[in-house]
Design a protein around this ligand. Structure first.
Ligand SMILES: Nc1ncnc2c1ncn2[C@@H]1O[C@H](COP(=O)(O)OP(=O)(O)O)[C@@H](O)[C@H]1O
Ligand SMILES: [Mg+2]
Length: 277
């Protein structure tokens, strides 16, 4: 039929459009002139020096911080509206630091991700063997996806840092979030845990069609996995395919400073690619 057009990549609407965004915090401009478009299935690494506005950008996308100027449209709506709930997952490094006195098993922690205003006081929670089965399946699937099924009934406080971070990611997955924002999830992880987390996130993009925007200080690690990189320092200084990400000297040029011995981000120089404008 004429009306059934083949869905071309170019015709699929983006899930996030940020337009001419300026954000101020305590009267100071933190983000300026930000334009950003993200499509389903992308894995984007967001890097930049300390205090460059990375967390501020995530908090703005989540609707926690309001734009001073410009607009954010996510799933065709403004952040934090009805369309938004359950579709966005947020994982911060701090999220895996649970207070010691909180005693929760991995299963319980992940199950908390499925509690929403909709089901908190629903009949299904009074009749655990009815429609709660679907919810339990989601919890188990999420735990399996992050490879924690062997410690499902173990107290979260007894897990390693890497395992705890995976549990927090499983909680985001259990909500069936389509777009997952991660703020420095690799901090404090050893190399093995870090690599397996990156592999998990990569699989989520390729096999489950999730979209990932991840802030990381670990440029080497993020560059191995992300398909697209954004370098932010108040403005977006670079946004492009990972293989075109500039080397240290070019980054310093983009930032308008001379490179020093102590770079604020960890960079292994890569050959300069002429195509970067
Ligand atoms: N709660 C806050 N109130 C006022 N300013 C803040 C607050 N949090 C961060 N800032 C400032 O906003 C700027 C960007 O911070 P942030 O987004 O946390 O940077 P990053 O995540 O890149 O390290 C910094 O100058 C920081 O001092
Ligand atoms: Mg931050």
């Amino acid at each position: 039929m004429q009306s059934e057009t083949i869905e071309d990549e170019c015709c699929v609407p983006p899930i996030l459009v940020v337009n001419d965004l300026t954000v101020t915090r305590s009267g100071k401009v933190v983000l300026k002139d930000i334009d950003l478009t993200i499509h389903k299935g992308e894995f984007i690494g967001l890097v930049g020096p300390n205090g460059s506005g990375k967390s501020t950008l995530l908090l703005s996308i989540l609707g926690v911080l309001k734009p001073h100027k410009g607009k954010i449209i996510i799933y065709d709506s403004e952040p934090n509206t009805r369309n938004f709930f359950g579709r966005i997952g947020w994982v911060s490094q701090a999220a895996s630091y649970l207070p010691r006195q909180v005693k929760l098993t991995v299963k319980e922690l992940v199950e908390l991700g499925t509690v929403s205003g909709k089901n908190l006081f629903s009949f299904s929670s009074l009749f655990p063997f009815s429609s709660n089965v679907g919810r339990r399946n989601k919890v188990f699937q999420a735990i399996k996806m992050v490879g924690l099924e062997d410690v499902i009934d173990v107290d979260v406080s007894r897990l390693s840092g890497g395992q705890r971070q995976r549990a927090v990611i499983a909680r985001a997955l259990a909500t069936e979030a389509e777009f997952i924002l991660l703020d420095e999830p690799l901090v404090g992880m050893d190399r093995e845990a870090r690599n397996s987390l990156l592999k998990l996130l990569d699989n989520l993009c390729h096999e489950s069609g999730k979209t990932i925007l991840m802030v990381s200080h670990d440029l080497t690690a993020i560059r191995q996995t992300a398909h697209r990189m954004i370098f932010l320092e108040e403005k977006i200084r670079f946004d492009g395919p990972t293989n075109l990400f500039p080397d240290l000297e070019t980054l310093a040029d983009l930032r308008g400073i001379s490179p020093t011995h102590e770079s604020p981000i960890h960079i292994n120089p890569i050959p300069w690619n002429e195509e970067v404008k």
